[in-house]
Design a protein around this ligand. Structure first.
Ligand code: NIG
Ligand code: FE
Length: 412
């Protein structure tokens, strides 16, 4: 099956295969091709060029993109899309002045979602999650990472990961899964944190590895949750099963978790709302990419990750939604790109790079996703008629996606 998209006003994020991660000043350049065509063969980008070089070939489908932009689909490298129910009561508590920590202390927060999830059947959990997956596909996300961490028992963690894996069969969006057993301490282990860490490492992890349910391992390294020693144990255990780390760190406090993550060569360190100079220093010249989650900052009213400072220190940066019921009940990457520009001082070029190619790196899929590159998977979004790519973050909260192509197929 061959599809030709022609008269593209601007093809955005056109790259060679060897460009895999952008850091510092490299992020301010977003390569484009104006008045272009792009040819899809089966699930891959076969070729593209200026309209003056349009090849005369037989195709099965033609799409006219006059006045429209074509971008690689968004890559969302950090979500908790599989969850049960919702927590809008906590939203009201927050409006009434309670903090995230206070809500957690009265039985809300992550353990509230865990309770709901434990009482939800696998089929029901799948249906709820499928709806959210379909919602993010419409908003232009073409690859997504999904974490466990709202189960907090071996059965419920496995249930979450099975659902996440099953979602892969429903739609051509690429899914990677992450085991986040160490998301919060379940009530049964209130006075026995080491007991829970042991359960994660010696009980959950072997089962999850045996069923091949996870691609990465994660931990919430934070005061009141899990400390550096816990983080080392979990990352070490993950390593034994070939699972690379992607960790939640520096959301509320800087306790040394960034350095620990780097020492374990984690793929990404995520959140980073509170960064000391030594955290930024630890990330320099490493394979670990920082990931900012601006919709979480917006929703729970905490600082935004210091994107400017990180980019100016020559670090790479990726953006993700953190889609979850507590701190970011929204999986809209378009909004994340806007927030990065409005609240974090990123330029449209930096934000789009961070939400595509760098985000693909943060998911370990940069060789196949995240840019318009010959041979990469044809995951594309086609905008409506917009003046420029800068209009996308500028026109915040509005939907400018008219068509979505996943694995070479028009899905919307
Ligand atoms: O990434 N920070 C830890 N975990 C989630 C929030 C979880 C929740 O409140 O349910 C996050 O923000
Ligand atoms: Fe998260």
């Amino acid at each position: 099956m061959k599809t030709l998209i022609k008269n593209i006003k601007q093809l955005v994020q056109v790259r060679d295969q060897n460009i895999t991660k952008l850091k510092g000043k490299q992020m301010s350049y977003l390569p484009t091709l104006s008045n272009a065509w792009l040819l899809i063969n089966e699930d891959k980008i076969e070729n593209f060029g200026g309209m003056g070089t349009l090849p005369n070939i037989e195709t099965d489908q033609e799409i006219d993109a006059t006045g429209k932009l074509v971008l690689p689909s968004w890559v969302d490298s950090h979500t908790h899309l599989v969850y049960a129910g919702h927590r809008e009561q906590e939203f009201v508590d927050k409006i009434n002045g309670l903090t995230y920590e206070e809500i957690a202390a009265k039985g809300g927060g992550i353990v509230n979602s865990a309770r709901q999830l434990q009482n939800t059947s696998e089929e029901e959990l799948y249906q709820q999650s499928l709806q959210r997956l379909e919602q993010v596909i419409k908003m232009g996300t073409g690859a997504i990472e999904i974490k466990s961490g709202y189960g907090l028992t071996p059965e419920a963690e496995i249930k979450m990961l099975r659902v996440a894996k099953k979602l892969q069969k429903a739609h051509p969006i690429l899914i990677k899964t992450t085991f986040l057993g160490a998301h919060a301490l379940p009530a049964e282990f209130k006075d026995n944190k080491q007991g829970y860490i042991d359960q994660i490492c010696n009980d959950m992890l072997p089962k999850i590895a045996e069923e091949n349910l996870a691609d990465f391992i994660d931990i919430f390294c934070e005061q009141g949750y899990f400390d550096i020693h816990d983080t080392e144990q979990v990352l070490e255990a993950g390593k034994k099963y070939g699972l690379r780390g992607k960790i939640h760190v520096n959301q509320f406090n800087s306790i040394g978790g960034v350095k620990t993550g780097v020492d374990y060569n984690v793929l990404s360190v995520d959140h980073l709302e509170v960064m000391k100079d030594e955290d930024i220093e630890a990330l320099k010249n490493t394979d670990t990419i920082p990931v900012a989650l601006p919709s979480c900052s917006l929703f729970i009213k905490i600082p935004y990750a210091p994107a400017r400072k990180m980019i100016d220190a020559d670090l790479p940066l990726a953006l993700a939604t953190d889609y979850n019921p507590g701190s970011s009940p929204n999986g809209n990457m378009n909004l994340v790109v806007s927030l990065a520009c409005i609240k974090m001082g990123m330029t449209p070029e930096e934000a789009i790079n961070a939400a595509t190619l760098n985000a693909a790196y943060a998911m370990g899929i940069e060789k196949t996703h995240g840019s318009i590159t010959k041979g990469k998977i044809a995951n594309l979004l086609i905008t409506d008629q917009v003046p420029s790519y800068g209009f996308l973050p500028y026109s915040f909260g509005n939907n400018h996606i008219s068509q979505v192509i996943l694995g070479g197929k028009l899905v919307q």
